[in-house]
Ligand binder design. Structure first.
Ligand code: ADP
Length: 301
């Protein structure tokens, strides 16, 4: 049996890509896509040529996080071209190839998913780039196995987590997955760890009535009473993080598992806002706490 033609084609395509970084998280909503987007902005801001590939087929969020909603990819003789945010930052997402899927989770089963990821790897024309950042779906499922098996020479994976106990257990799974697949762990990021500003400055909150907020403290309630329940942080989920944001768990876990701890990013409404608007948090100085935290993490990678 000769070499797998898909793998040969992918290897050929990837000759123009210097470094490949996977961003993983073992559960949704921990800020993995936010991190991937801001990592890409940061690398592009350092004058690198950057490609960002969103392989979250069931719920692509990258177009929104880069302000590219409704855009399409075009096919030329060279292949599918990414959509460019800047001259040196190109993005590829499933929703650029199938714009009709935008906003609706695509239902793809295993083999089709794998086929699509291979097609992504084979057919997207990245030009000469220094970094390819691959934003993966939550968990360690089919997509991860496909990407780890088809993409040769991955420099490593960054695992994004939150301070919660369950997230820590998930990190262990992520690290074990990387070990099993021979992917180097570049390190772990603890996101939504502590607050970028005093709780009383968190002015807005949505879905206050939701029963998922069970343990809200009196302080938080009075803060929202004072300031009104308008939207700023998008999800009550974020609030459950606040309640559990003692922090430090990821660092201990890293020591235990012998992988680098890259640092903490606080819960910062400004970062949330930048992400939701598809903006870099490094521009201007609104994200005065989270942007330096992210920068120091990225410098370690
Ligand atoms: P994931 O990709 O892990 O599912 P997202 O990146 O989509 O998670 O983030 C989930 C939500 O949390 C988004 O609304 C995002 O803007 C917000 N978010 C992520 N990180 C932070 C942070 N450090 N501070 C505040 N909001 C954040």
């Amino acid at each position: 049996k000769g070499p797998d033609p898909d793998l040969v084609a992918i290897a050929e395509r990837m000759t123009t890509v210097k470094h490949k970084i996977l961003v993983l998280s073992c559960k949704g909503g921990v800020g993995k896509s936010t991190f991937s987007a801001q990592l890409s902005f940061a690398l592009a801001g350092m004058d690198h040529q950057v490609g960002l590939m969103d392989i979250d087929i069931c719920g692509p969020s990258m177009p929104k996080m880069l302000g590219l909603e409704g855009q399409c990819s075009h096919k030329s003789n060279f292949g599918w071209s990414p959509v460019y945010v800047e001259d040196n930052l190109g993005v590829m997402s499933i929703s650029f190839m199938f714009p009709e899927c935008d906003g609706e989770p695509a239902i793809w089963r295993g083999p089709r998913k794998n086929g699509l990821i291979k097609q992504f790897l084979k057919d997207v024309y990245w030009r000469d780039i220094d970094y390819l950042v691959v934003d993966t779906p939550p968990g360690t499922s089919d997509e991860h196995i496909t990407i780890a098996s088809c993409l040769a020479g991955i420099d490593g994976a960054i695992i994004v987590t939150t301070p919660q106990e369950v997230a820590m257990v998930d990190v262990r799974k992520g690290v074990n997955f990387c070990k099993k697949k021979g992917v180097n762990v570049l390190g772990v990021v603890e996101n939504m760890s502590g607050l970028a500003q005093p709780l009383s400055d968190f002015k807005f909150m949505k879905k206050l009535g939701s029963s998922s907020v069970v343990d809200v403290t009196e302080d938080m309630i009075s803060c929202v009473r004072e300031n009104g329940p308008e939207l700023l942080l998008d999800d009550v989920y974020v609030w459950s993080q606040v309640l559990d944001s003692s922090g430090g768990g990821a660092e201990r876990m890293c020591e235990e598992m012998g992988v680098p701890f890259l640092g903490k990013v606080p819960l910062d409404p400004q970062l949330c806002r930048a992400a939701e608007r598809g903006k870099s948090c490094f521009e201007g100085n609104k994200c005065s706490v989270s942007a330096p935290a992210l920068k120091s993490i990225i410098e370690k990678v």
